[in-house]
Design a protein around this ligand. Sequence first.
Ligand code: SER
Length: 880
Amino acid sequence: MTTPAANAMTADQLRNSFRDYFAARDHTVVQSASLIPHDPTVLFNVAGMVPFKDYFVGNEKPPFQRAVSSQKCARAGGKHNDLDEVGRTKRHLVFFEMMGNFSFGDYFKTDAIPYAWDLMTSSRESGGWGFDGDQLWITVHETDDEAEQIWHEQVGVPMERIQRLGDKDNYWQMGDVGPCGPCSEIHIDRGAEFGPDGGPLRDPAGDRFMEIWNLVFMQFNQDANGNRAPLPTPSIDTGAGLERILALMQGVDSVWETDLMQPLIDEACSITGHSYKVGDYDDRASFAMRVLAEHARSATMLVNDGVFPSNEARGYVLRRIIRRAVRFAYLLGTDKLVMPSLVAVAGQVMGDAYPDVTKNMSFITDVIGKEEERFRHTLKNGLAILDGELNADAEKLSGATAFLLHDTYGFPLELTQEIASERAIDVDLDEFNASMTEQRERAKAARKGGVDVEAMDAYREVLDQFGTTNFVGYTDDFADSRVLAILDGPDDDNGNPTVEIFLDTSPFYAESGGQVGDTGSITTDTGTATVLDCTFALPNLRRHSARVTEGTVIAGQTCTASIDVLRRDAIRRNHTATHLLHSALRHVLGEHVKQAGSMVGPDRLRFDFSHYDAVTPAQIKQIEDIANHETLGNMPTRIFETTKDEAEALGAIAFFGDKYGDIVRVLEAGSTIELCGGTHVRATGDIGTVKVVSESSIGSNLRRIEAITGDASVALLQRDEAMIAGAAQLLGTQSDDLLGGVQRKIDEVKDLQDQIKTLRSQLAAGRAEELAEIAVEGVVVTQVDGLAPGDMRELAIAVRQREGIKVVVLIGETDTGGVALVAAVQPGNSKPASLLIKDAAKAVGGGGGGKGDIATAGGKDPSGIPAALAIAAEAVGQVL
Ligand code: SER
């Protein structure tokens, strides 16, 4: 390659020189955006212009009209995909940096072209790169007379070094949709040893005439149907690959020998024990080492920006990158992990320009190392299967094999395809896709069966990738952490969407052992998620169910995770109190008391236990006294880990619902000692007062008590105090005389009831007199309303006692709206009184009777009373 100057620049110097050149020409220096684009139409930032897309298409007003950047880019998917080329050529990379200058409706071709030429060809002393203009070739779009004219007339490039090419080479599009326009490229002639003469037109592979800078004249916005609408103002987007220019500047054969890649190649040599052959693109080992170097750097940069290996979109690309590298390491015969040490070198190479890479190094190493481990686990067996199939002389590799490799051995389809293509064999894609569809159907069916297979798969993937959550909540209320993954959760009760957040480190207690999960918040630079609950998605994998209440929260971000401390304190009090109550129950009721369940929340605790009888109020009082004696003792609690046997020897009792391993966590609180994984107060005095608020049966020989502590006990006391004061006031007395006041009120009521009774009988006597007076030949059959049935009976007896009375029938609507019928004949009468009302009762929808001289009956229908009276009057003859 051509060396433009003896004192070659380093990558960092080159990046700076580009920025400086354009900053001096009124361009605002913009830092590189993340590799994860905000724009959903591309998987990664594929070019320097992607972060500026909205400025080009006019969706957003740019804060500046000129900008310069060196943007992190990845081309590994969609329209821009170089992944499969990596290792085979001198210049293809997945991750690279694109230096670019941009004009948003400001300058156009007449400035963009001379700027590029000037920077390329000016001497190093004057801030340029010092390339020899005679070695530079230009291509323009076949229709672009204007660009050609500027290159030739304004810049002075001879016509024989300007060539016109079609859309394929000289029309640039961001994606299937988005800004686009004709472009013009600068190529460098690397000399006769790289191929025949004739310019880029005769060298489509770009071996001799290598493209180094693309100037796009952005003029259109392409929609999904391929229609191109003019942009609000023509703009400029240029892109110069940092690594390629670096190679030229440093006078080396390819990007692999630059100061960005060489250290990685060296590390690949040292870790695999192979030697690298510069410029030998047929040597398998050298090819493999280029792949290792590139993929380690790409993976490092991707994880740094928050991409994690997974089976979806970006995560899948990252997984492919890592697995492709691992497979090449395996081909080189390296059994040990290679990625961690390569990642460390990538960190050194990139750390100066991107200090966050250095900061995140251990995390990045962890993520990539784990992915390597996972793949190595199955790689050997998978390769053996694949080898067998490929040796079977088939023309096509069956889709079923590719699916098996994918599903069971973790081979990305593309990896299988690459390996097969090394032997010129295709993979049966139709068959592979059919197997994939079938698997999805199976998952769907299983989901219908009640298990959310998809969710479980997602949890397992999170666990696979990141391992279990580092829990710090026994000692800390908050933690500096990282958002590892975010999944969609079910809508909450109000129909708002929720998410499930997985953290690296968490202070959130996940619901277990009866203790509810913590609530709180997760805050990143860009937003806050309010945590509504914390549960285990899988053992030791904490799922924070949350609602994003401010801004956005993105996987990969660092965050502060904080629990609601006051709520947790209340939970602690209730949890330790549960232990005190358990022990007190056994003391008062007997050792047969066994915990059958518990619920420890912030507002109260519930404890279910076996016992054959209701717990009496006196026993409850005794239990409370024991528990409160412990809290007043204010003994520090002690939590320690020990073996299960040791804990048993100490007399520890096990709580229901917890699983215990060989090493158990033990809580000593006051005189109690139990195994427990929950959170507890520091000393029993922290609990405050323990108050049992209910006792009930929840099944045969199963009882439940509910109790409160701390603030809730005080609130209960205050509520009861107010109630007593209110009652005393109503009784017109003082609180401390409440019982005396109530007793006096009861006595008063009793007095009044006695008076009512006396008055009633006086009234009845008067009534009897009146009724006796209306008797016709000793017979009274009449209606009497408004009395209770008992009073009506008394009245009938009173009437019968009057002189000359032989038969009494009283029928009427009672005080409660029913119908009462009473019949009386003189004692010793030969016929029973019941004959009088037997049929009459039917007329009011009822019945009744009696054998003697008094009969009573009841009915429901007062409208039948006149008929009943008539029937009764008819019946008089039967008893006389
Ligand atoms: N967008 C153009 C490219 O990627 C120029 O930056 O080549």
